[in-house]
Every structure is written in structure tokens, then in C-alpha cells.
Design a protein around this ligand. Structure first.
Ligand code: AMP
Ligand code: MG
Length: 424
């Protein structure tokens, strides 16, 4: 057996980022920048009001309350060709350009106007700059707004839109092919024929890929037949940046993925017994004809998923140019004892983790920890990393790999409810 870290490093060393390409900004969500974007426009591009109110000269408000003469009004999107002189004010809306001569805004709530609207009383003294958004205070010309390596989020798309950027250079979004192997797999509808099982891995793995934002190709089910497996792998390699197989990497008679991968990878394939449970067997190689990485995941559904999390996800994130490859690991205390025997392996236990009202992470295992028991994976949002040894007692300290932060139980209620619980 080899340590998990060694297996992960072996894979990552062979996964360099895919070539960059130019994509429209609106299609770049989730892509990783391959070059810097430098701001060419200041944001805001002109001084404007952050409030509905009156644009004034701050000096005029020294003896507030003061009466000022209203010489006009300016709405967002328009420019007022007038200069605010001493003793004068301009009615202004949020986002409207500050007229010449004015250097501050008094919010409407702190003013009153006479019936004609010709005079405004400013209730309080202002300092220059009050309620004015100065040019370049969000982004200055020359700022790097999206450095190479940035994972583009919705906010980045807005920041790029603010620059009038239409296209960006990002690492390509990977296209991942997924196939299942095994004579026992039945993919039709209707009752299962004797001895057959339904294919759980392909839908699961395709969905894991989709959730990562990768393009995926369903390469179907392949029986335990060497020639067909070769044909499907090569067909997949013609369009995909990476291929995931499941099954056929153990030590059984018909474990053909290992055999075929050995041949197609020019002997560079590595078949590993990783010191983890589940997901011990794993094969990884690069197809000699196309350079396509192939991940030979174990057949048991939970093993396939765990192997995906530990090997496939970090590696394909590397292909996508990500700098942060691995899932976050947090410290949590266990709701119950975790027993285990020494076997030289890191155990990854399916679990639910949550943050309690005090901000502490609590974790408990989900039922059924055998590698064919997929339902307990469906109930899990994390994997407890239980090192070799004899386990930990109740309330013991463990490390937990977060699989799905979206499925943390938030306890219900509004943010206000939650804040009042924490304060009480
Ligand atoms: P293998 O490594 O091919 O011997 O498969 C290990 C175990 O996983 C066997 O019990 C297989 O029947 C099962 N298995 C393999 N592929 C799948 C699949 N696509 N869906 C569900 N179970 C599978
Ligand atoms: Mg098999």
C-alpha cells in the first residue's frame, strides 16, 4: 500500500492546466483566469451622489441650519450644465453626477424645502466629500481586478462588466467522459435480470462532474471485454480532456481496466493500492495516443465517489487552472465514539457535520459504512478522516473533509433569529 499523499501527488504531477482560450465574460463563470485583467477605467468614473438629497458646497453649511437657493435638479444618467455657487444647492438623486462647484451632498431626510421648492434648508453641517462617491474609489486605473489564477465568481463578472470587458482569457473548461464497466451492469428499464445490478456509478460521477461545472460526456456502459473497452476509451479520448472509468481495477479475473490502461498508456499507468478505506484500488494513466488522463476508479459506488473526491476533483481542478485544489478540512468534535482497528489505512467515514449555535463543528457518522452502501453517502455532507489507530472517544477531536457546504443544516429561521440566539 502507498500513502494517500503519494498517490495524489503522482496524479497531480501529470495534470497541467489545459490551454487558455478566449471566452465571452458571460460564459466565464467558474472558469479560471489565465492572464491578469488590468483596469483601464476608474470606477466610479465620475463623482456622484450616494444619496437622494441636495448637492451643496460644504463651507456653506458651517452655520447649519442654513437656507440655500435651489438652482436645478439632476437625475442619474443626466448631467446638469450648471455650477453651484456660494449659497446655492442642486436637487440630486443617487448615482447622479455631482454638479460643478458642489463638494458634498445632504441627504433628503436632513433637509426641508419651502413650498415653491426654490429654497432648501440644510439641517446639518457637512464636510467636503460627505455622501459623494469619488471617482476610482472602487477601482482605480491600473488596478489588477482579476489576476491570473482567479476563479471567476458572479462578483468578478460584474467587476469585468464595469470595465467594459467583453471577453477574457481563461483556462478551458474541461470536458470529462464517464463510463462504467462490468458484465453485471444492466442499463435497461424494467425488472433486473438475475445476477445483474443497476449502474449507480455513471449517474453519480456524471452529476459530480456537472456540479463542478465541467462539461461531461456519457460514454455508457462497457462489459468486461477488452476490445470494446479499448474502442470506447479511444473514442472518448477523441473529444474529452479526461476520462473516468469505474470498476475493473481490483485483483479479480475480469479487472480489465487495469489491463487495458496498462497497454494504452505505454506502460506509464500506475495501479495503486492506496492506504485508505474505502477506495483502496485506483489506477491512473495517460493515454499514449492522445495524452488524455484516465482515472480508473473502483467499482463499489462509495469507493468510486471517495476516489473522485480524493483524486479526480483535485486533478481536474488542476487541468482547469485552479490554484486551490482540495476540499476544505475542518476540526470537529464527534457526537459519539468512533471505533476502529489498526490496519495501516486512513479511514474515511461518511458523516454529517454541522455548526452549532456556538460556532463549533459537530459530526456524526451516517448509517452503513460498507463501500457498497451508497445511501449513507447520500445522507452525508462530509468525510471524517480517521487516522490509523483505535479510534476516538465521544466528543473526540477529528478532522473532517467538507463535501458539500450547501447541505450544512442551517438550523432554520432568519439571520435575525440566528443573531439573537448567538447574543442570548
Ligand atoms: P469491480 O472492481 O469491477 O470488481 O467492482 C467492485 C464492486 O462494485 C462489484 O460488486 C461491482 O458489481 C460493483 N460495481 C461495479 N460497477 C458498478 C456500477 N457502475 N454501479 C454499481 N455497482 C458497481
Ligand atoms: Mg467489474
Amino acid at each position: 500500500m502507498i500513502p494517500l499523499g503519494e498517490a495524489q501527488r503522482f496524479v497531480l504531477e501529470l495534470c497541467a492546466p489545459l490551454p487558455p482560450r478566449s471566452v465571452p465574460v458571460q460564459e466565464a463563470l467558474g472558469c479560471v483566469m489565465s492572464t491578469d485583467v488590468v483596469a483601464t477605467e476608474p470606477v466610479p468614473s465620475f463623482a456622484n451622489s450616494s444619496m437622494d438629497g441636495f448637492a451643496v458646497r460644504a463651507d456653506d453649511t458651517a452655520g447649519a441650519p442654513v437656507d440655500l437657493q435651489v438652482i436645478g435638479a439632476v437625475m442619474a444618467g443626466h448631467v446638469l450644465e450648471a455650477t453651484v455657487g456660494p449659497g446655492q444647492a442642486v436637487r440630486i438623486m443617487t448615482g447622479a453626477p455631482l454638479p460643478a462647484g458642489a463638494d458634498a451632498v445632504c441627504m433628503i431626510e436632513e433637509t426641508s424645502t419651502d413650498e415653491s421648492g426654490g429654497t432648501v434648508t440644510i439641517q446639518r453641517q457637512l464636510r467636503p466629500g460627505n455622501f459623494v462617491r469619488q471617482p476610482g474609489r472602487d477601482v482605480a486605473v491600473g488596478d489588477v481586478v482579476a489576476p491570473a489564477g482567479t476563479l471567476l465568481t458572479p462578483a468578478h463578472l460584474g467587476v469585468l462588466a464595469n470595465q467594459g470587458v467583453g471577453r477574457v482569457l481563461t483556462y478551458s473548461r474541461p470536458k470529462v467522459g464517464v463510463l462504467s464497466t462490468g458484465d453485471e451492469l444492466f442499463s435497461g428499464s424494467g425488472p433486473l435480470p438475475p445476477g445483474k445490478i443497476r449502474d449507480a456509478n455513471r449517474p453519480t460521477l456524471l452529476a459530480l462532474c456537472r456540479r463542478e461545472g465541467w462539461d461531461c460526456v456519457d460514454l455508457g456502459v462497457v462489459g468486461d471485454d477488452e476490445a470494446t473497452l479499448v474502442e470506447v476509451l479511444l473514442r472518448g479520448a477523441a473529444t474529452c480532456d479526461a476520462i473516468l472509468t469505474s470498476g475493473g481495477v481490483s485483483v479479480g479475473d475480469l479487472d480489465l481496466v487495469r489491463v487495458v490502461l496498462e497497454k494504452l498508456s505505454g506502460g506509464t499507468m500506475r495501479w495503486m493500492q492506496v492506504a485508505i478505506r474505502p477506495a483502496k484500488p485506483f489506477a491512473f494513466g495517460i493515454l499514449a495516443s492522445s495524452g488524455t488522463p484516465v482515472f480508473g476508479l473502483p467499482g463499489n459506488p462509495v469507493s468510486a465517489m471517495v476516489s473522485f473526491e480524493l483524486f479526480v476533483r483535485p486533478a481536474i481542478r488542476a487541468l482547469s487552472g485552479h490554484r486551490s485544489l482540495h476540499r476544505p478540512v475542518v476540526r470537529a468534535s464527534t457526537a459519539h465514539p468512533l471505533e476502529r482497528q489498526r490496519d495501516g489505512k486512513l479511514h474515511l467515514l461518511r458523516a454529517r457535520v454541522n455548526v452549532d449555535d456556538h460556532g463549533d463543528w459537530r459530526v456524526s457518522t451516517t448509517d452503513g459504512q460498507e463501500s457498497h452502501q451508497l445511501r449513507s453517502m447520500a445522507e452525508a455532507n462530509a468525510l471524517i478522516l480517521l487516522p490509523d489507530g483505535l479510534g476516538v472517544p465521544e466528543l473526540g477531536d477529528v478532522r473532517v473533509l467538507l463535501l458539500d457546504a450547501d447541505s450544512l443544516d442551517e438550523g432554520g429561521g432568519t439571520i435575525d433569529d440566528r443573531l439573537s440566539t448567538e447574543n442570548s
